[in-house]
Design a protein around this ligand. Structure first.
Ligand SMILES: [Zn+2]
Length: 93
């Protein structure tokens, strides 16, 4: 098992595959995603889980459970992919 914020190899591969497809737009806000941005940018792409894997662990490695999102949109939706090491924020958006 991985820890709560770790990603499995399969999950990582699924995210990379989704990114390679350059899908548009962000599934949460409907705005374009700039795939050239660095991963540290809040507007950068992340592979978000349609069903949060915390609640649906059986779908964590399911490619069909992924959708393109901005990093900031995925974060505002709650704990999910754990791509950031910034840590939890106390602010609710
Ligand atoms: Zn967005």
């Amino acid at each position: 098992m991985t820890n709560r914020n770790g990603r499995t190899r399969r999950e990582r591969a699924n995210a990379d595959n989704l990114k390679a497809q350059r899908k548009q737009p962000c599934a949460r806000c409907g705005q374009r995603i700039d795939y050239t941005l660095p991963a540290t940018d809040p507007q950068a792409f992340i592979a978000g889980h349609i069903k949060a894997w915390i609640d649906h662990p059986e779908h964590r490695d399911d490619p069909s459970n992924l959708q393109p999102e901005h990093a900031k949109c995925g974060k505002s939706a709650g704990a999910d992919s754990g791509q950031s090491n910034v840590g939890l924020t106390s602010r609710q958006w």
